[in-house]
Design a protein around this ligand. Structure first.
Ligand code: SF4
Length: 485
């Protein structure tokens, strides 16, 4: 998997300015999306700039723009965003095109004012919900599922208090959603009843800048970044509300099972994240060790495809007792780039990012470890590149079972036709990749390594069985019930 979903953060300080800590927290979540970034706080000044949307809409000033976090914000702009409560977002588009109108947070009107909302995940009933809201006269400004959530919430807020409105919202929307919402000086966080996408809670306690309060973020490194303490994950089906310095929890829905996205452990999350009580680094080490047990081979060195294969490769090398050595060095300063149309060699895209080290690989039998294979085109170029630099054999080892189906729940994956493993057997895959052998982690090995039972994970793209109803796909329904509070 090479495309992430989004990252979200919400911060409620007792006093002081939330925009700057949100900015730092977004830095820690940059790996989850590099297309656009945005911050909304509870009060502040007006901002305007080309190719960006700004607003000073009833106590919710908003700055968002295309690009990396450091490209969108400046010290001056952050200082102008006054307010002790706010939310932030980094985006990689899943639903909706890559344009500034779709950047988040998004704003929506309701009877009591405005709400700002930031979302990680993907709804599968967006079109139907949008049609219904448009029939009610609601006007959309973006083509994202997040605006559907925002408009539906605004509609429910006409009839209910915030918690009841969110309960109604959660009844209607289908798919994955971790949300942070800013409403009337209140920070609200919501995690879908299956807990598909991650969300965690931390506490900032009188830090070096005298700040205290709460932080809610997609991943724990955003909490570490502020020297705050991780308290726990937001529970599936739970709503957290931070108001006037107090934290309240409402368990609105409780499922018999959860459906945590297994690819958060394999690829999306940072290795230093603690997800649902597990350090991702530890899971990836176990995967590497298990791969070595399942797919051992005579070799001279183990090399990762950097960066995603590093931890798996360390685990593999340790268990196989084969030297770990870097066959590739990654250029960390490429960022977003373009290739001129007249550039004939498509390999330039790989060589811009990775340089194979001839002295390390020449004449060697190399175990090359990566997290997953999607289309296989990049993997094939990487294998060829190692061979061009003199590798005698290249044995590919993959830290996940084959991806055979699309993801509808937060990642932009290709169709079945484009997925390498969807219609090919192992021999055909190995031949396509020009590798000397290939070994994928078994499903059992994956589940053991993650340490969560299969019926509490989403494995949809690996098994073609999804935890929610998706037209044309098989669903393993996870029973949910409404709990009173
Ligand atoms: S289908 Fe795959 S990538 Fe998508 S949520 Fe499920 S496990 Fe994660």
């Amino acid at each position: 998997m090479k495309k992430e979903g989004c990252g979200i953060v919400g911060i409620a300080l007792e006093q002081g300015n939330a925009a700057l800590p949100i900015f730092y927290a977004l830095y820690a979540l940059q790996h989850r999306g590099q297309e656009s970034a945005g911050i909304a706080v509870s009060s502040g000044a007006k901002e305007e700039k080309e190719n960006e949307i700004s607003g000073n809409v009833r106590d919710i000033p908003l700055i968002k723009g295309m690009g990396f976090v450091y490209e969108v914000f400046s010290t001056q702009r952050l200082e102008s965003q006054k307010g002790n409560i706010g939310i932030g977002h980094v985006r990689y588009s899943t639903t909706g095109a890559s344009k500034v109108e779709n950047a988040e947070p998004l704003l929506a009107n309701y009877r009591g004012g405005k709400i700002a909302i930031a979302h990680n995940g993907n709804l599968v009933n967006t079109a139907e919900m949008r049609r219904e809201l448009e029939r009610d006269g609601r006007i959309f400004h973006s083509d994202t599922d997040t605006e559907v959530i925002a408009q539906l919430l605004a509609k429910e807020l006409m009839k209910h208090d915030p918690i009841e409105a969110i309960r109604e919202l959660m009844k209607r929307v289908i798919g994955s959603y971790s949300l942070v919402i800013l409403m009337n000086n209140t920070l609200i966080a919501v995690r879908d009843p299956l807990g598909i996408k991650p969300l965690c809670l931390g506490e900032i306690k009188d830090d070096e800048n005298g700040r205290s309060g709460y932080i809610i973020a997609s991943e724990s490194p955003a909490i570490d970044m502020l020297n705050a303490s991780l308290i726990r994950d937001v529970r599936p089906g739970e709503v957290l509300m931070v108001k006037g310095g107090d934290l309240e929890s409402y368990q609105l829905y409780r499922g018999k099972n959860t459906a945590h996205c297994v690819f958060e452990y394999i690829y999306f999350a940072r290795a230093d994240s603690v997800l649902d009580g597990r350090l991702v680094y530890g899971v990836r080490m176990k995967i590497g060790e298990r791969l070595a047990e399942e797919h051992g081979v005579e070799a001279d060195m183990v090399s990762p495809v950097p960066d995603s294969g590093i931890t798996f490769a360390i685990g593999y090398a340790k268990r196989a007792k084969i030297d770990y050595m870097e066959g590739f060095i990654k250029n960390r300063y490429v960022g977003r780039t373009f290739i001129m149309p007249e550039e004939s060699s498509r390999d330039i895209a790989v060589r811009l990012k990775l340089n194979a080290v001839r002295a390390n690989v020449e004449g060697k039998r190399v175990v090359l470890v990566d997290d997953s294979i999607v289309r296989g085109t990049t993997s094939r170029r990487i294998v060829d590149y190692l061979k061009e630099k003199g590798a005698k054999e290249v044995h590919l080892r993959i830290g996940s079972p084959p991806i055979i189906a699309p993801c509808y729940l937060g990642i932009n994956t290709p169709t079945r036709e484009e997925l390498l493993a969807s219609k090919r057997n192992l021999d055909e895959i190995c031949e396509f990749l020009n590798a000397d052998s290939i070994g994928y982690l078994s499903m059992e090995g994956l589940i053991d390594s993650v340490g969560i039972e299969a019926n509490n994970l989403c494995l949809g793209c690996l098994t073609e069985k999804y935890p929610v109803e998706i037209p044309g796909e098989v669903c393993i329904a996870r029973q949910l019930k409404l709990t009173q509070f």
